[in-house]
Write a protein that binds this ligand. Structure first.
Ligand SMILES: NC(=O)c1ccc[n+]([C@@H]2O[C@H](COP(=O)([O-])OP(=O)(O)OC[C@H]3O[C@@H](n4cnc5c(N)ncnc54)[C@H](OP(=O)(O)O)[C@@H]3O)[C@@H](O)[C@H]2O)c1
Length: 259
């Protein structure tokens, strides 16, 4: 059994890789930082009886997404986890456009491309799992992280819609979205902010995510507080959620309005 994890060089992706190795999966690990992937490979192969292949790819580049697919398309991959992604904090009019477009390329375009290319193969053989890492942010609009929240809405809704298409057509392929709240990873450093509340550990999120994925749950929300937040986003007036999201983001260290 083989699983491919993008963004496996740190955080949730690294923990998903470790957890999958502990379940006996051979791995294909993808990210830009090759040395980090090599360290993770060495660690995992010294603990678990698994094979690990590493592929360096910059998923913000369309041709790199396609190259990744071409490189592994002859391999029978059972699980694809589109986890690579990052956030960007700040007022929309002030955030750097190039960085934001890079984020859209990784968070949306790469997920879109890889989901489509692998799904075609998985559908033909009527088996496989594609887990897309969205976020609790996917359930709402996020002032001060506007494009990040919007990108995760895309990932969540794309995954839900594709999953429904597969169900209607009785295709035995899983497509789901993982929607964590704050998780302690390198995410904040990359986004240029801190969480206002303490985050969950990446290892508990990874374990919960994989257990729920194997049960066939299509929208996976670790932690009951985050399930309550997703429910609130469905039932409360959207202007209350917008107000709450603004102040939750503003409470992060790095609030641009305090500079
Ligand atoms: N932490 C949270 O609070 C949280 C909450 C909800 C959802 N998420 C989502 O969880 C996912 C993983 O984030 P994390 O929290 O684990 O953060 P992280 O520790 O910063 O990990 C991000 C991963 O994405 C990879 N990545 C970033 N840009 C890339 C690119 N252009 N090409 C290839 N790989 C790239 C990074 O690898 P390289 O830098 O080596 O390329 C790294 O392995 C993201 O999609 C994030 O949006 C995080």
């Amino acid at each position: 059994m083989i699983a491919m994890v993008t963004g496996a060089s740190s955080g949730i992706g690294e923990e998903l890789a470790k957890n999958l190795a502990s379940r006996g999966f051979n791995l294909i690990l993808v990210a830009r930082r090759g040395e980090r992937l090599k360290e993770i490979k060495d660690k995992l192969t010294s603990i678990f009886d698994v094979k690990v292949k590493i592929i360096c790819a910059d998923l913000s580049v369309t041709s790199e997404c396609v190259r990744l697919y071409e490189e592994v398309k002859g391999v029978r991959i059972d699980i694809l986890i589109n986890n690579a992604g990052f956030g960007l904090f700040g007022r929309f009019e002030e955030t750097d456009l190039d960085r934001e477009l890079e984020m859209i390329d990784v968070n949306i375009k790469a997920v879109h491309i890889l989901t489509k290319l692998f799904l075609r193969d998985f559908s033909k053989r009527n088996y496989g799992y594609i887990l897309n890492v969205a976020s609790i942010a996917g359930f709402m609009a996020g002032p001060l992280m506007a494009a990040y929240y919007a990108s995760k809405n895309y990932v969540l809704q794309l995954s839900r819609a594709v999953s429904q298409e597969l169900k209607q057509n009785k295709v035995n392929v899983y497509v789901g979205a993982l929607c964590p709240g704050p998780v302690d990873t390198e995410f904040n450093r990359m986004a240029g902010a801190e969480f206002a509340v303490g985050g969950a550990s990446a290892s508990e999120v990874a374990d919960y995510a994989l257990n729920e994925m194997f049960k066939g749950k299509n929208v996976i929300i670790p932690k009951k507080e985050m399930k309550a937040l997703a429910l609130a986003a469905k039932v409360l007036p959207s202007k209350w959620m917008l107000w709450g999201a603004y102040f939750a983001q503003k409470a992060r260290r790095g609030d641009p309005s305090e500079n």
